[in-house]
Write a protein that binds this ligand. Structure first.
Ligand code: NDP
Ligand code: PYC
Length: 340
């Protein structure tokens, strides 16, 4: 298949122009572009340029406020809140992250609560923004009901992503970021578009029977990773990043939106930790001790999460981002004509 190679800045330019044409304010167009192009750059196809059309559809359907001005509130506690006011989460995070980092330094740990946001993106860009401050971090959010709880028969939980990062001075951080379903919903959609069957064990159909048909999976339910373990972690995310922060759970988000074809709206919870403040000099430098652990893992032949992504990033920074003819045609159509 013919491919086009674009410099990262050129792809940013195209995506930002599409987002502006789609009606997003400069604040949101910039923040979405950074997230989407970072996904494509790091070979995370399920949250790369394929998401552009979904964002535009969500804007066109009036399900996101395209010019929302996120508002930050901070008191003398370790919790900082950003009201996204119905806008995309990305700009809300960018507003809250520096204050979160400052509070984590002050208190040892701090939380950023984002309320009332539309969320479509990967969480690792947010985690990396915090590890860059020398902080450990966790991020999580519900989605919309599309995953059956372990032992259940239909969609209830979201694909609820969970991400963690640990800073590694002078090196790329340790970061993992995954859906708590066997795969992200975006991944199922990519299988559908490619006309390929899903691996066994990813999904059930509307009758609750195992299926490898992506269409049947999208209409039925995905399965949590690791059976009851993933199901429990996903439920924890519903509780902490839905119920606890006064925002929607995945079934509520689906009810509010009425479809899984658009990006869901709910809240997000991000936690940041200052490892040195926790260790208080006990047992040596936590950064050095973490390195000992990572080296032992790699020494056994294991790869650290995000290493594939960082390698893809290095290649894209050196050589540009490769897009298929189909992807280029879609971007060009959206840039010229917008959504049909
Ligand atoms: P993957 O299964 O592709 O990857 C999950 C993580 O595991 C990555 O950090 C990956 O690192 C790492 N990993 C994969 N293989 C190995 C291995 N062999 N050894 C060590 N580490 C490994 O992710 P998902 O499909 O579950 O999720 C993809 C994205 O979808 C995530 O970024 C998530 O945030 C996003 N998402 C967003 C949602 C939302 O509502 N906003 C909902 C659901 C998902 P590497 O990248 O280097 O391979
Ligand atoms: O890929 O599961 C997913 C997803 C849902 C919402 C945004 N991404």
């Amino acid at each position: 298949m013919t491919e086009t190679t674009l410099a990262i800045g050129d792809l940013e330019h195209i995506v930002e122009a599409i987002m502006r044409k789609g009606g997003l304010s400069p604040l949101h167009a910039g923040a979405l572009t950074r997230a989407i192009v970072a996904g494509e750059r790091d070979a995370c196809k399920s949250h790369g340029v394929y998401r552009v059309e979904g964002c535009l559809r969500t804007i066109k359907a009036g399900k996101v406020v395209p010019d929302a001005e996120p508002e930050l509130t901070s008191d003398d506690s370790a919790i900082v809140r950003v009201a996204a006011k119905g806008g995309f989460a990305n700009a809300a995070f960018e507003l809250g992250a520096p204050v979160l980092a400052e509070k984590a330094r002050q208190f040892g740990l701090a939380a950023l609560v984002i309320n009332d946001c539309t969320h479509f993106s990967a969480l690792w860009p947010e985690i990396e923004a915090l590890t860059a401050h020398g902080l450990a971090a966790m991020a999580m959010c519900p989605s919309y009901a599309s995953v059956a709880p372990s032992g259940g028969s239909g969609p209830l939980l979201g694909t609820n992503p969970f991400a963690f990062g640990w800073p590694r001075p002078g090196r790329t951080p340790y970061v993992f970021d995954f859906a708590t379903s066997v795969a992200a919903r975006g991944e199922i959609e990519l299988y559908r578009r490619a006309g390929k069957p899903l691996p066994e064990g990813w999904a059930i159909d509307t009758d609750g029977k195992p299926t490898t048909d992506p269409e049947a999976a999208l209409n039925g339910a995905m399965l949590p990773f690791g059976g009851h373990k993933g199901s429990a972690i996903s439920t924890m995310i519903e509780l902490l990043a839905g119920v606890m922060i006064g925002d929607l759970t995945s079934p509520e988000a689906l009810e509010a939106l009425g479809t899984t074809a658009l990006a869901p709206a709910h809240g997000e919870l991000i936690l940041a930790f200052d490892p040195a403040r926790f260790a208080q000099g006990r047992a040596g430098d936590p950064m050095a001790r973490a390195e000992t652990l990572f080296e032992a893992m790699v020494g056994q032949g294991a790869r650290l999460p995000s290493q594939r992504r960082f390698a893809a990033r290095e290649k894209a920074l050196a050589e540009g981002i490769r897009l298929t003819a189909e992807e280029m045609a879609l971007l060009e159509r959206l840039r010229e004509k917008g959504l049909d």
